[in-house]
Write a protein that binds this ligand. Structure first.
Ligand code: ARG
Length: 278
């Protein structure tokens, strides 16, 4: 029997908009604590129903974005590469995530200080290859360092629209040969790379991408995404996926949605190295 999928999350106890580091964030708008908590819990409970084993990192006062565990770092087999955040306000999160992994026996591998790297927010496996977004948060050289260290091929993809500042806001591998993407977020060269290296690309329109539909969590053949993308959902259903729309309005105010609130610990569905897959 294969082992259950494992995901790291962090309760939104101290979540809120306390600074502005991407175009979605506005301190004047703020968030509603009860609604944030309900939306987070609904995602958590759906994952549990799907058989996912959830691990939790302790929420910390003063670290409102700690809920976005996708940015903790990159998981590869038993290796954890911690993020080196671009913005000082998030750099404070680094030791908390690192300690969590260190205390549980992961091999923590640090990238050189001179690179910025924002973990699974910008680095996603599809098959054997690491697709890596750069410009707004991570830098291309950091991704190359990781590829060399892990011995995997890296395809750096330049992001061009500040609203899609992390790769996981505009690209979502859903199987080792299929991915959702929003073309408007990439430069021409990156688009060519995507078209030549992904067997099947499922396009999100500008409006559907703006509803954060590319920021989806994939567990087996189930996809949890923010509602507001009926056309994309229909395309995915035709491909045999069960799409579960959820509401993530409070988290979108910080520039995140379903995927950002999770970090897969046993390898994403689309990663060919995933434990239990071939
Ligand atoms: N406010 C957070 C930031 O700007 C949101 C992070 C979203 N995470 C993600 N993986 N896209 O850093």
């Amino acid at each position: 029997m294969s082992s259950p999928p494992r995901i790291l999350m962090c309760k939104p106890d101290f979540y809120g908009i306390e600074y502005e580091i991407n175009p979605w964030m506005n301190r004047l708008v703020g968030t509603d604590a009860a609604t944030s908590s309900r939306q987070w819990q609904a995602l958590h409970d759906t994952l549990v129903d799907l058989g996912v084993e959830i691990s939790l990192v302790e929420p910390m006062k003063g670290l409102p974005d700690l809920v976005f565990t996708a940015n903790a770092g990159l998981v590869y087999r038993s290796i954890f590469i911690p993020s080196k955040f671009r913005h000082g306000v998030r750099q404070v999160e680094e030791p908390f995530y690192t300690a969590w992994f260190q205390n549980r026996g992961w091999d923590v591998v640090n990238i050189p200080e001179k690179h910025y790297f924002e973990g699974a927010g910008d680095a996603l496996f599809l098959g054997e290859t690491l697709f890596a977004g750069y410009r707004f948060r991570s830098d291309a050289r950091g991704h190359q360092w990781i590829g060399d260290r892990l011995g995997v091929e890296v395809l750096p993809l330049e992001l061009v629209d500040g609203h899609y500042y992390h790769l996981d806001t505009c690209f979502c591998p859903i199987s080792p040969y299929q991915a959702i993407y929003f073309p408007g977020a990439f430069d021409d060269y990156a688009l060519n790379v995507l078209k030549s290296r992904v067997d099947e690309l499922i396009e999100a329109s500008a409006a559907e991408a703006a509803s954060f539909s590319c920021n989806a969590v994939v567990v087996g053949k189930t996809i949890i995404m923010n509602d507001g993308a009926p056309r994309l959902s229909e395309s995915l259903r035709r491909l045999g996926f069960d799409v579960k729309p959820h509401r993530f309005t409070e988290f979108i105010k910080a520039g995140g949605s379903a995927k950002c609130l999770t970090l897969r610990l046993d390898g994403e569905e689309a990663a060919s190295w995933r434990s239990g897959s071939t």
